[in-house]
Design a binder for this molecule. Sequence first.
Ligand code: SF4
Length: 333
Amino acid sequence: MPVTSRTTLPRVEPVVPPTAWLFLSRDAATLPGMANGSTTTDTANAATPTQQTARRPALSPSRASDFKQCPLLYRFRAVDRLPEPPTKAQVRGTLVHSVLERLFGLPRADRTPERARELLRPTWSQLSEECPEWMELFSEENFDKELNQWLTSAEKLLDSYFKLEDPRRLDPEACELHVETELSSGVLLRGYIDRVDVAPTGEIRVVDYKTGAAPREIGEAKAMFQMKFYAVVLWRLRGIVPRQLKLMYLSDGQALAYTPDEPELARFERTLEAIWQAILRAGKTGDFRPNPSKLCGWCSHQALCPSFGGTPPEYPGWPEPDPGEESVLDRAD
Ligand code: SF4
C-alpha cells in the first residue's frame, strides 16, 4: 500500500480557514463522559449491552498496523495477548490525551494553558488510581523527583499544544470517540478517534495528538495509516469523506494535515480488507511470521522471536471474541 510521506502530500492545510471549524451542532461540554474521561460512540450498528460483552472480532488501526509491520508481533499482541510493560512515554501520552479531553469539557474561556496545567495532577491522580501499576514506572528511592520531572515533561507537551491551536476557538463534536462500522465485505472496523471537529458546512476534521518519543519519521507512515483508517470508518458511518486529517505532534510542536479523497479511501478500504483476510488465514494455521525491521527496537517480545533466537509460545488458537481491541496505551501513542 502506498503511504504518503510528509513531503509528498498533494494538499495541505488550510483547506478551510481554521476559524471555520469553530462552530458545531453539539456542545462539547454536554457530551456524555466529556468531563470524566469516558468516551462517546459512533457506530453503524449500535450493539445492545449483551452484544457488547461478546463482540465480534474486529480490525483496529493499531492491530492492523502491527500485522503490516510484523505478523508475529500481531500474534503476540492480539492472539497470545502477552503483557507489555508500559513505558513512561506511553503513559505520559495517555495522561496528556486525558487532560486535553477534559480541557474541551470546560467552557471555552477556561481552556487556557494555566487551566490545562491545573488539570494535570488531578488527572494523573485519577489515572494512577485506576492503573496503580503505572506508579512502578518511578523508582522508590527517587519517586518524587522522577514523578515531578515526568509531570514537567507532560506540561511541556501541553504547552506545545497551545502553540498549535487555541482551544477557546473551537468546540469539538467529540473527543475520544469510539467508532465501529462493518464494511460491505463483512470486515468490522473499530477504533477510538482523539477528536472529531465538524464545520458549519458539515465538513469533518479528524484530529490525532501525537506525544510519542520515537523519531517522527518512524511513526509518520503509521500515523497516516491510522488516520486513513478513521477516515474510512467515518466515511462509511456518515457518508461523508472527512475534509481533513490532522496530526498534531506535541513533542516538536508541528502539525501535519492531509485531505483524503473518495477513490483513495476506497483503495484503502480494500487494503484493510486484504489485511483482515491475511490475518484470518494466519489465524487458522498459526503461521504468523516475524518480519524484522528497525522497528524491532520498540518490540517487547524479542526474547520470544525466532529472528532474535527465541521461540514463540505454543499457538493458542484464534481468540474469540475480540482480537482487534486496542488498549488505552495504544490510543495515546
Ligand atoms: S522482534 Fe521484530 S520480528 Fe520479532 S516479533 Fe518483534 S517486531 Fe516482529
